[in-house]
Design a protein around this ligand. Structure first.
Ligand code: ASP
Length: 467
């Protein structure tokens, strides 16, 4: 007999079926046992006599007849609440030991270390299963939407060279060229711009980005996922319009009970946002107690540079007063080009930030496509000849016919955190690192063996003492 799913049982009244799943709940009433069986589609009550001893969360196979429940036994809260399965045969496939953490309830009050150590169990929790499924629906919807709109999904390398977004790089030692290192990409920024030189015109990627910066509730440690987009022959307005349509339709399709506060989304200058709200991430919800309200807004006209103190020189440049406020490929506002020489602090950038309920959920810009301006920006941020050489491939590529281009990247984890009303991005990622940077379930980072280090030509000088 073929296994069927719980969700199919209401159509099988009177039939004998086979189900497989987990023991979700057990109620032993002497001779009669009620067993709630759970699979990926839901829960069904199974009833039997002389059932062998079972433990919760064991995996079982149950064969029996689907019958209607008596009127007064109907459970309105369950999709299968009008029926139950009369157990004829039960087979224990895998016995579960005692759970190391409770799986019922929302789980917020359970120690995070325990939740992450047993994340594969924590993901059985209904709230987590729901979040991860909605995440999958969201990315599928985005893929379909962008593909229909002429975008090509292209993967870019993970083992690569630094692409500074203002954070610290993760380095990976090279075995083939000992003493050399790859950097994990802080974003696919350079590759997506090179793909515009290649002529794809509309690129997207659900891209993993790696930044070694301290975690926060709205930022997972180490890696995060962004919807990365780049387009050729566009203005900033085109990028904003596309993003606005994408997210509005996405919310309508996947999160239909959510209400967007204002459409079209308000567009504020950086200066006005700071003046009127004291922040460049204003929360424009009308009613902050309403969990179903989504207030998107755009922040525009950022200064191209932030001025920096001696301590935080951008990328160790060592001498410049300026650091890019977005990244170094952002184009200056065409009206302000003259100011690059006379008063760089006053230059506005063609940058756009997307804010949702007070969280920055996206950012992007129109890019520089003139190698001369790119060089000028490198000079202003204090790049040495050696540092410029690190990016000479970009300048070289721009010498072979580059379309004007721009794009945006939206943080998927953060977007989902806000839409699902979760307190942390870790609630929407299947296996996030803990706040302390330890990977979920597996114990990384860990030590390399002496043989591995030898092969890589690496000597570790700061080995913490074993406790
Ligand atoms: N690369 C930028 C980021 O990751 C986004 C962009 O400019 O498209 O923030």
């Amino acid at each position: 007999m073929e296994r069927i799913l719980t969700s199919e049982t209401p159509k099988k009244i009177g039939e004998k079926v086979k189900l497989m799943g987990w023991v979700h709940n057990l109620r032993d009433h002497g001779k009669i046992t009620f067993l709630d069986l759970r699979d990926k589609t839901g829960i069904i009550q199974c009833v039997g006599q002389n059932i062998p001893k079972l433990t919760l969360e064991s995996v079982v196979e149950v064969v029996g007849q689907v019958v209607e429940r008596p009127e007064k036994m109907i459970n309105q809260n369950l999709e299968t609440g009008r029926i139950e399965l009369q157990i004829e045969k039960i087979n224990v496939i895998s016995v579960a030991g005692e759970m190391p953490l409770p799986l019922e309830g929302d789980g917020y009050d359970i120690d995070e270390k325990t939740r992450m150590k047993y994340r594969y169990l924590d993901l059985r929790r209904a709230r987590m299963t729901h979040n991860i499924r909605l995440r999958s629906e969201t990315t599928l919807w985005i893929r379909n939407y962008l593909s229909k709109n002429g975008f090509v999904e292209i993967e870019t390398p993970i083992l690569t060279k630094t692409t500074p977004e203002g954070a610290r790089d993760f380095l990976v030692p090279s075995r083939l060229r000992p003493g050399n290192f790859y950097a994990l990409p802080q974003s696919p920024q350079q590759y997506k711009q090179l793909l515009m030189v290649s002529g794809f015109e509309r690129y997207f990627q659900i891209a993993r980005c790696f930044r070694d910066e301290d975690p926060r509730a709205d930022r997972a440690y180490g890696e995060f996922t962004q919807l990365d987009i780049e387009m050729s022959f566009v203005t900033q307005k085109d990028i904003l319009t596309l993003s606005e349509e994408l997210f509005t339709q996405l919310v309508g399709s996947i999160f239909p009970h959510k209400k967007i506060t204002q459409s079209p989304w308000p567009r504020l200058s950086h200066q006005d946002a700071r003046k009127n709200y004291g922040t460049d991430k204003p929360d424009l919800r009308k009613d902050k107690n309403n969990p179903d309200e989504l207030a998107f807004c755009w922040i525009l006209d950022f200064p191209l540079f932030t001025q920096q103190s001696d301590q935080d020189f951008f990328h160790g440049s060592g001498k410049a007063k300026f650091a890019p406020s977005h990244h170094m490929f952002t184009a200056p506002h065409p009206d302000d080009i003259g100011l690059l020489d006379s008063d760089p602090a006053k230059v506005r950038g063609l940058q756009h930030d997307l804010v949702l309920n007070g969280f920055e959920v996206g950012g992007g810009s129109i890019r520089i496509h003139d190698p001369k301006i790119q060089e000028k920006i490198f000079d202003l941020i204090g790049f040495s000849t050696k540092q410029k050489k690190e990016f000479e491939h970009v300048l070289a590529a721009f010498g072979y016919g580059v379309p004007p281009h721009g794009g945006i990247a939206s943080g998927l984890d953060r977007f989902l955190m806000v839409v699902l009303g979760e307190p942390s991005v870790r609630e929407v990622i299947a296996f996030p690192a803990t706040a302390g940077g330890q990977t979920a379930v597996m114990d990384a980072p860990g030590k390399a063996t002496p043989a591995q280090l030898r092969e890589l030509g690496i000597k570790v000088s700061t080995v913490p003492k074993e406790k």
